[in-house]
Design a protein around this ligand. Structure first.
Ligand SMILES: Cc1ncc(C[n+]2csc(CCOP(=O)(O)OP(=O)(O)O)c2C)c(N)n1
Ligand SMILES: [Mg+2]
Length: 330
């Protein structure tokens, strides 16, 4: 892989990290009023998967969507404006953090009802296949979503019709405060389940960007070749509380040492160290990159803060999609 492409992966991960650190810093000011689910510590999965996609391809996400939206090329100004509830936001300020969307970047949307974007992704893949759009669809889901019926129905349908969809499971071991062992049998293996439905499945370290990239590219190539869906599971860990800007290890639902061990495996720092070691990134370059991202974030926050609120008469607009048959509104 070329040096520039490797640096770009680092840049993308660091940008997501810095955006979310900024959200955590601003949140106590109470101007951002929507709930926020930060993916600090999980950046490599989003960046590694999206690096192989084109802007024609679609991504769908869940409640923890900032990283997916940004990795797919979602507009940063529109994201901050959405968090601030402003009309310039990507959902006109009416959705907040859990309803990010940027159709121009192929980010079809995020929905916080756990597992419910999975069938939407399969539907988009069905359309892609029927209309020969040659579009690959990726849906990001937590391991908690694999406990929902929608996940299983979607996997079955996608395999049956050999659809160009990739199910990317971010296994961060927890669903809110519940660890895996109180939710799933020890014998359960999502990769085996996926094979049972008739699709290939793979698992790797989600904090290693190059491992993520390799698996994702394999799955994307398969989808593009018309060889059907793939399930990939990446192990990773969220650093902060399930919802909100704080750290919550004091609550006791997970051990401090577990958190510290995962922090040691930070996807951004470990990749930065690797690039430094290989002579592909210098201290001066890192400073420049941080400055550039910092300026971009300041601009986006200023844009959000200075944008107007949505007008009252927009309250009931955009609730239902327009019904269209063959491109004609009916
Ligand atoms: C259908 C449904 N049930 C419960 C919730 C509440 N809820 C929101 S996020 C979440 C945890 C999901 O865990 P996981 O899929 O592993 O994602 P993670 O938060 O770990 O990224 C739950 C239970 C919900 N939003 N929707
Ligand atoms: Mg989880």
């Amino acid at each position: 892989m070329e040096a520039q492409a490797l640096q770009q992966l680092y840049y993308q991960m660091l940008r997501i990290r810095m955006v979310e650190e900024k959200i955590a810093e601003l949140y106590p000011g109470q101007e951002i009023r929507c709930p926020v689910h930060l993916s600090t510590g999980e950046e490599a999965v989003a960046v590694g998967v999206c690096a192989g996609l084109s802007s024609e391809d679609y991504v769908l996400s869940n409640h923890r969507s900032h990283a997916h939206y940004l990795a797919k090329g979602g507009n940063l100004r529109a994201m901050f404006a959405e968090l601030y509830g402003k009309v310039t936001g990507c959902s006109m300020g009416k959705g907040g953090s859990m309803h990010l969307v940027d159709l121009s970047a192929g980010f079809l949307g995020a929905v916080p009802v756990v597992a419910n974007t999975i069938p939407l992704a399969v539907g988009a893949a069905f359309t892609s296949k029927q209309k020969n759009q040659e579009r690959t669809i990726v849906v990001f889901l937590g391991e908690g979503a694999t406990e929902e019926g929608a996940f299983h129905e979607s996997m079955n349908f996608a395999a049956l019709h050999s659809l160009p969809v990739i199910f990317v499971c971010e296994n961060n071991l927890y669903s809110v405060y519940s660890p895996l062992n109180v939710r799933q049998s020890k014998a359960r293996d999502n990769c085996v389940i996926a094979r049972g439905y008739g699709m290939e499945s793979f698992r790797d370290n989600g904090n290693n960007i190059l491992a993520v990239l390799e698996l994702a590219e394999r799955a994307i190539q398969k989808a593009r070749n018309g060889e059907g869906p793939t399930f990939v599971e990446f192990s990773t860990y969220r650093w902060r509380e399930h919802c909100g800007p704080n750290y919550d290890n004091n609550l006791g639902y997970r051990a401090e040492h577990e958190f510290l061990e995962w922090k040691q495996r930070c996807p951004v720092i470990s990749f930065e160290q690797r690039l430094r070691r290989d002579g592909l990134l210098s201290d001066a370059e890192i400073c420049q990159i941080k400055e550039r991202i910092g300026t971009e974030i300041e601009d986006a926050v200023a844009f959000a803060k200075s944008s107007p609120w949505p007008d009252e008469n927009l309250l009931l607009a955009h609730i239902y999609a327009e019904r269209r048959i063959d491109g004609v509104a009916t």
